[in-house]
Ligand binder design. Structure first.
Ligand code: ATP
Length: 735
């Protein structure tokens, strides 16, 4: 037994909380008309998720809430809780007991709970579907609904049977798959249209990318050419620079030296202008020498004259001395004679006079006549003094002459020398100028080449900048490049080639390659993504189609198998009820156009299949019955009681083939007479082996089969009351 209890509070006529415990395979609910028994069946529908208020005899959610009555005050919420024993895991949750609860408020809002936790309606529907309990209520047969299956058309019947067979879950899955399939097809269409949308752009980008790739190839070629070109050019420029510098440097130095030399030579020449002043000096010196010499001559002559005079004086002295050497020629001064005479006059003795005279004579005898000589000697001495003066003068003059002569000679020599150096300087100036011209000529050659080199260096720099701009810094990265020598013109050819490639790159018209490649990559990735998406969608489409056909096949098989099983049970219950006869279900295909009215399909189908225009339609179920001992066939021919029995037989057959955990039958037995009620009671007893039964009934026979009986009464407050009762009470209550 799976159904444990039902709690009703505020639902319809159940103002206060009422609890029904289903401790027996068969429970009966009995009570007078209008006491609220059917409300219990509806409480089941409600808690299991029924969304049709109409099927619970209301218009709005509010109609389900106890609305007061008599002296009973209305309430604001209706709540129903059903508790299942889940120890066998009938429901797919890991609890031994599962309480499902639904509450509706006056604002029409609903709340759902599983074991007290708020959940969505969907959670409840899914949980119950798994246990073959559904809101569709095939296990809840409301009052007067027993022959609903007989009245339904073939398609509705099929649905009912599918539902009862537990195929709804497959139908649900199939519908879900079909929805998914539709969605998938929609997605495919939109993805395909997206792909179609980007296709022209992708094509355009691809062409651009091809161009870009071509340009990239050209760039690569250019980069390699540049590498070699720059390496060679750098080497060439460096060598040339070195060569020119080596050539220029000594020339520049020589020119500087020549400048010094020429300045010197010019200086010498400049200095030769002073020569005239030196000549004047020389002439002056000559003049003073001349004067000195004249003076010297005159002094010498004076000296000569004096010497002559001196020698003549000396000769005179000599002559005098010779004369005096002879006595007769002795000169006696008068004064000396007068002095002697004076001295002799005064003397008395002759002797003395003689003596005096003799002494006189002897003194004069040996005496030289010195006066003249002295005079001459005095003259000579004076001459000598004079000569001495002249001689001193001569010495001075001679010294001066000597000095002047030396000076003169030096000056002369200097002048001579200067003349020589001027000549040399002049020669030098010519030589230097000639050399300068020569050196300048060579240097100019070197400078011309240097200018050309500078031009080449500039061009090289520009080329490097351009290379950097076109192919990036890699073009300049040539450090590791090793090259063998080659003739220079090959480098010019290389440059020509470079220029050609540059023009080709420029003419290619490829835009910003980075952006194009990026965009192409993005669009391509998107296209690949979309293609993959289409592929995936195709796969899921195939999968869904497979799943649908699998489900179809499964439904078909299980349905047909189910029909066979139902037919066996139907036949059994039917013959039990009617004491024979035949009953069975037939799977038929509905004909689309009908000759007769197509509103009452079941009647038409049951009546005369031949009257239908052949046209394939939906598959459905027809019910064939033939009562024992009666010629007439078909549902239309049955009496009310027969109809009720047939429906019950079919319902029980269906229920038994795929037993539901519980079945609620609301006065299904109302139309049965006593004999049939017993048969009905037997069937119930049989059925309760497969499903728990809750029977709302007035039927004594039915009540007698129940293990648990509940009586429902309604008091003055308009609210239903529930009480557990015994069979005898039940019979009373039912009355
Ligand atoms: P019968 O034996 O005639 O089939 P029953 O016992 O099945 O009767 P129900 O149909 O379950 O009776 O109950 C109907 C009663 O419930 C009516 O009296 C009706 O007024 C009452 N009822 C229905 N909805 C509400 C509501 N929202 N508030 C109060 N009473 C309600």
């Amino acid at each position: 037994m799976y159904l444990k209890s039902l709690e009703i509070s505020g639902f319809k006529s159940f103002a206060k909380k009422a609890t029904l415990n289903f401790t027996s395979p068969i429970s009966s609910i009995v009570g007078p008309n209008g006491s609220g028994k059917s409300n219990v069946a509806e409480a089941f529908r409600f808690v299991l998720g029924e969304q049709s208020i109409k099927s619970m005899r209301g218009k709005r959610g509010e109609d389900l809430i106890f609305n007061g009555g008599g002296d009973g005050a209305r309430v604001n919420r209706a709540g129903v809780k059903v508790i299942f024993d889940n120890s066998k895991r009938m429901l797919n949750v890991d609890f031994d007991e599962v309480a499902i609860e639904r509450v509706v408020h006056r604002d029409n809002s609903n709340e759902y709970f599983i074991n007290g936790s708020p959940v969505r309606l969907r959670d409840i529907v899914e949980l119950l579907a798994h246990a073959h309990i559904g809101a569709s209520g095939h296990h809840i047969i409301s009052q007067g609904e027993a022959d609903r299956i007989l009245n339904a058309n073939i398609r509705e019947r099929r649905e009912m049977i599918e539902d009862a067979l537990g195929l709804k879950i497959y139908q649900y899955k199939k519908a879900e798959s079909q929805r998914k399939l539709e969605k998938t097809e929609e997605n495919m269409k939109s993805v395909e249209s997206l792909r179609r949308e980007i296709a022209p752009h992708l094509k355009f980008l691809k062409k651009q990318v091809e161009k870009v790739e071509k340009v990239q190839q050209l760039r690569e070629e250019l980069r390699n050419l540049y590498k070699e070109y720059f390496k060679r050019e750098e080497t060439y420029l460096k060598d040339e620079r070195k060569k020119i510098d080596n050539e220029k440097d000594p020339l520049v130095k020589e020119l500087a030296q020549l400048d010094i030399e020429i300045a010197e030579a010019r200086n010498i020449l400049e200095n030769s202008k002073n020569r005239d002043s030196k000549s004047d000096e020389l002439i002056n010196l000559e003049g003073s020498l001349y004067k000195i010499r004249i003076e010297k001559d005159s002094v010498m002559r004076e000296v000569g004259k004096i010497e002559g005079e001196i020698s003549s004086g000396n000769r005179t002295i000599s002559k005098e001395k010779e004369k005096q050497a002879r006595d007769e020629f002795k000169t006696i001064y008068l004064k000396d004679v007068e002095e002697i005479v004076n001295r002799v006059s005064l003397i008395d003795s002759l002797d003395e006079i003689r003596q005096i005279l003799s002494r006189f004579i002897s003194s004069h005898k040996n005496k030289e006549d010195s006066a003249l000589i002295a005079e001459i000697e005095k003259e000579i001495s004076e001459l000598k003094n004079k000569k001495k003066d002249f001689e001193n003068n001569l010495i001075r003059i001679t010294d001066e002459e000597k000095a002047r002569t030396l000076e003169y000679n030096e000056l002369r020599q200097k002048i001579e020398r200067e003349k020589d150096s001027n000549r040399d300087a002049e020669k030098n100036v010519f030589r230097i100028i000639a050399r300068q011209n020569e050196v300048r000529g060579v240097l100019n050659g070197a400078r011309t080449r240097e200018e050309k080199l500078m031009f080449e260096e500039e061009a090289h720099k520009r080329e490097m900048q351009e290379a950097y701009a076109i192919v990036g810094r890699e073009a300049l990265d040539n450090k590791d490049l090793i090259l063998s020598d080659e003739p220079r013109p090959l480098q010019y050819d290389r440059l020509k080639n470079i220029e050609k490639i540059k023009v080709r790159i420029e003419d290619s018209g490829a835009g910003n390659s980075f952006d194009i490649l990026k965009e192409y990559k993005e669009v391509e990735e998107r296209d690949i993504f979309l293609a993959k998406e289409i592929q995936d969608l195709e796969v899921s489409k195939v999968n869904l189609n497979n799943m649908i056909s699998d489900l179809d096949a499964r439904i078909d098989i299980e349905f047909k198998e189910g029909i066979l099983k139902i037919n066996a049970q139907f036949q059994q219950y039917f013959s039990l009820m009617f004491g024979g006869g035949n009953a069975g279900l037939n799977v038929i295909r509905e004909k689309k156009r009908l000759k007769k009215s197509d509103t009452d399909l079941s009647a038409v189908l049951a009546d005369n299949v031949e009257n239908i225009i052949e046209n394939e339609g939906e598959e459905g179920i027809e019910i064939n019955v033939s009562l024992p001992r009666k010629k007439v066939k078909g549902l239309m021919m049955l009496s009310g009681g027969e109809r009720a029995l047939t429906s019950i037989a079919l319902l029980f057959a269906i229920s038994q083939v795929n037993p539901q955990p519980f079945i609620i039958l609301d006065e299904t037995d109302a139309a049965l007479d006593e004999a049939n009620s017993r048969k009905y009671g037997d069937m119930i007893a049989n059925l309760s082996q497969y499903s728990q039964l809750i029977l709302i009934t007035h039927n004594r026979e039915t009540m007698s089969r129940a293990g648990v009986l509940y009586g429902v009464t309604m008091g003055g407050d308009g609210a239903s009351k529930l009480l557990s009762i015994q069979f005898e009470e039940a019979v009373q209550v039912a009355k």
